[in-house]
Write a protein that binds this ligand. Structure first.
Ligand code: NAD
Ligand code: MG
Length: 396
């Protein structure tokens, strides 16, 4: 039986993961569930799955949960804080870790799982964007297994030959006969909005994604296409892909989840409903296949599949991310941190929509050339970029 640590259990990916696990009780047990502070959701999931541990990042939330679980006679032990998150990710009893915390907060627990040589199911793209080479190096040094959960990267992974699947970030696309990785994205809710109306869009409009149901941060990132930019950087590291082998395509229907183009002219694609339970089930069971609960595609009802090049004037964040990827780790770390702060400010009503790209650009201009050579440097730059973004937002 696989024993699972689920980092970010109360979120969108966390709940979809539990949705798949619930269908296969003989196959998966829960070692630990973790969250930041959502006590009610955590209580219900602990009562249903009785994990050995429940970890809340927040101490107060942990105290509240402990009390409620004791009242109900549930044996789950409640821990709190970042160290506890790292401990349940690295514990010898956990075989598989789903990394589904949102943002930079996921880096240390995810790295703890990698360093303990776990099977790591990676949804938390920001962790890889922040730490790129260091992360991939740790995967190889500690013999971890890395399986992409992000739907595009999971699709690409499924279209790769086995020798590349088994060699994350180190294989040669060219030697495998691959010309290009085609990263598809829907273009978000504003792909047809006249540019002059973008300045006035609200958080509620930005999080209303036409095809996918996701957490608030990634929903805003999908609207700005920063999400595709982060995924471009994620693909660079996961698949050892240089810029000339990475192309972003807008595909409004979200049926094709990404493609791999081979030198003989063949293009392999993975298709499916826009439901994260498919890539989650794939990563959980790989190399086997299990039911996910997702309905099969009905091609007769699909209608047309269309594609277009992204309009960089509409999506300045996408261009910023592609440029940062070429510039290096300092730029991608600074951009990721600035974006987290800018998106949080936008969601809280403290920054206009166009301000997200403006803040990101200013922070990258200021800090993007910072040299980083280890985890301490990365965390220091992340902190500096957050402070810089906060100051810029205050001045606006
Ligand atoms: P979400 O906001 O719905 O959930 C985030 C989870 O992380 C919650 O359980 C929350 O409690 C926890 N968390 C937040 N801050 C924390 C902190 N400081 N310390 C510890 N835990 C913390 O987010 P989501 O949409 O599920 O996304 C999770 C990750 O998966 C993100 O990196 C996102 O980019 C990636 N992803 C999500 C989707 C999707 O469909 N939702 C698709 C692809 C990739
Ligand atoms: Mg994605």
């Amino acid at each position: 039986m696989e024993m699972l640590t689920l980092l970010g259990a109360t979120g969108s990916i966390g709940q979809s993961t539990l949705g798949v696990v619930r269908r296969h009780p003989e196959r998966f047990g829960l070692f630990a569930l973790t969250a930041s502070r959502q006590v009610e959701r955590m209580l219900a999931d602990c009562l249903e799955f009785t994990p050995r541990y429940a970890v809340m990042a927040d101490d107060g939330a942990a105290r509240e949960l402990r009390l409620l679980l004791t009242e109900r006679g549930c044996a789950t032990q409640v821990l709190s804080g970042v160290n506890a998150l790292c401990e349940v990710a690295a514990d010898p009893e956990a075989t598989t870790v789903m990394a589904a915390i949102v943002g930079a907060a996921g880096l240390l627990p995810t790295l703890a799982a990698v360093r303990a040589g776990k099977r790591v199911l990676l949804a938390n793209k920001e962790a890889l964007v922040m730490s790129g080479e260091l992360f991939i190096e740790a995967v190889h040094r500690h013999g971890a297994r890395l399986l992409p959960v992000d739907s595009e990267h999971n699709a690409i992974f499924q279209c790769l030959p086995p020798e590349l699947q088994q060699n994350p970030g180190r294989g040669s696309l060219v030697a495998a006969g691959i010309g290009k990785i085609l990263l598809t994205g829907s273009g978000g809710p504003f792909r047809y909005t006249p540019p002059e109306e973008l300045a006035a869009v609200t958080p509620a409009q930005a999080v209303a994604h036409p095809n996918w149901s996701m957490g608030p941060k990634i929903s805003v990132d999908s609207a700005t296409m920063m999400n595709k930019g982060l995924e471009y950087i994620e693909a660079r590291w996961l698949f050892n892909a240089p810029p000339e082998q990475l192309e972003v395509l807008v595909h409004p229907q979200s049926v094709i989840h990404s493609m791999v183009q081979y030198s003989d002219g063949s293009v392999l694609a993975q298709l499916g409903q826009p439901d994260m339970m498919t890539p989650i089930a794939h990563a959980l069971a790989y190399p086997e296949r299990i039911g996910s609960g997702v309905a099969p595609l009905d091609f007769c009802r699909l209608g047309e599949l269309t594609f277009m090049a992204p309009d960089m004037a509409r999506y300045p964040c996408l261009q910023l991310a592609i440029d940062a990827c070429t510039a290096g780790q300092g730029a991608t770390t600074a951009l990721n941190a600035a974006n987290e702060v800018a998106v949080a400010a936008f969601l809280a009503g403290g920054l206009d929509y166009m301000g997200i790209a403006a803040v990101n650009e200013t922070v990258v201009q200021k800090l993007g050339l910072t040299k980083v050579s280890g985890l301490d440097d990365i965390l220091a730059l992340d902190d500096q970029a957050r402070r810089s973004a906060t100051a810029i937002i205050r001045r606006r």
